[in-house]
Design a binder for this molecule. Structure first.
Ligand SMILES: [Mg+2]
Length: 365
């Protein structure tokens, strides 16, 4: 029971439509994929999606870290020695969460396949079978955003994330128009992606309170924990931390209670084991969890589904978009029905990876 073969692959999976927020435009899910095979012949797959914003990771840097820092320490390891492997990865190189996440998810998939159990049974067991996923509305003019929201609502979406930026007048109008388009019963959360100052955030929260916004996510830069605390204490709207939920900020964030909701991302926390620790920390502080997502393929979404399925502290979800975002993907088997993301039931992560598709989606740029 030793890891004796390791493969790593970059994949760039085209999006059906470009994705736009306050900081960037994306055309592909640019993931890195890890396949681990143990001496008995079982294999497990995992992926991570490196983000230049806000962690400074790229697909090329993630591949280099895997090759030079992480793959060498995995050879000969017992795939169940999760804590040891995380300790050694963090000792080998700090930060670089996406490649560590790819390794962690591949280990969980491998363990589940060796035991014939879905990963949620390795994470504490299942507390739910499915969750709705926020539909993330692109940063478009208010009327166009509202049209997109109305069409998605008609197709079954029950919750929306509206992006905002420094154009406050247009951003507030966007929220108003989306609320008008989707009606009173539909959940709306807002994401400012770090573009405001603390005082401005408090003002904007007061302006959009009447539109029954469930949460305003990351109004100020991730490192500004004092600003997050100020905003959280000075508005009735729930404040969410996303860019502030880096592993090196989160203990201080929660100690200060500088957010009401924390966005826990498999990819950014460094895998499922660190996510479970982050969720435990949130639960102990009375802070709600959100199962987060970046632009990512179905292999990462599957891992996220096992996280929300096994974690009571997670009460919101935005993962599970891969089947809608991509016409083709490297992994199949993740089901989304009537806006509900279903946790896969097979062994491991419960999705199947197509090795031919991995070659097909080799990055061209
Ligand atoms: Mg966000």
């Amino acid at each position: 029971m030793k890891i004796d073969h390791i493969e790593i692959h970059p994949v760039s999976i085209p999006l059906n439509h470009p994705y736009k927020d306050a900081n960037r435009i994306e055309t592909h899910s640019r993931d890195v994929v890890v396949k681990l095979t143990e001496s008995g012949g079982a294999s497990g797959w995992g992926a991570g999606s490196p983000r230049s914003f806000p962690t400074g990771e790229t697909q090329a840097s993630a591949m280099k870290i895997l090759q030079e820092n992480l793959v060498p320490l995995l050879k000969g390891k017992n795939p169940f020695d999760m804590e040891v492997i995380h300790e050694e990865m963090n000792a080998a190189i700090p930060f670089h969460y996406a490649p560590k996440s790819a390794v962690d998810c591949a280990l969980h998939d491998l363990q589940g396949r060796m035991l014939g159990q879905p990963v949620y049974n390795l994470l504490g067991g299942k507390v739910r079978d499915e969750m709705p996923s926020f539909d993330i509305l692109p940063l478009e003019p208010p009327e166009k955003t509202a049209e997109i929201a109305a069409a998605a609502k008609a197709a079954g979406t029950t919750a929306f994330k509206v992006k905002m930026n420094r154009d406050i007048r247009q951003s507030v109008t966007r929220v108003r128009e989306v609320r008008r388009a989707v009606g009173d019963e539909t959940m709306i959360v807002v994401d400012a992606n770090t573009t405001w100052t603390p005082k401005l955030a408090v003002s904007v929260c007061a302006m959009i309170e009447e539109y029954e916004v469930t949460m305003v996510e990351q109004p100020v830069p991730g490192h500004d924990l004092e600003g997050m605390e100020f905003i959280t204490r000075n508005t009735r709207v729930r404040i969410g931390a996303d860019e502030s939920m880096r592993p090196d900020y989160m203990a201080e964030l929660m100690r200060r209670r500088a957010a009401d909701v924390v966005n826990i991302k498999v990819n950014r926390e460094g895998g499922l084991l660190p996510c479970k620790k982050a969720a435990a920390l949130a639960e102990l502080h009375g802070i709600e969890g959100l199962c987060g997502s970046v632009i990512q393929g179905a292999l990462i979404d599957a891992a996220a589904a096992h996280l929300f399925a096994s974690t009571p502290a997670i009460v919101y979800n935005e993962s599970g978009k891969a089947p809608a975002w991509h016409q083709n993907d490297i992994a199949t088997g993740l089901r989304v029905e009537n806006g509900m993301v279903k946790v896969p039931e097979g062994p491991g992560l419960g999705v199947e990876v197509d090795e031919k598709a991995i070659r097909h989606f080799f990055p061209q740029d």
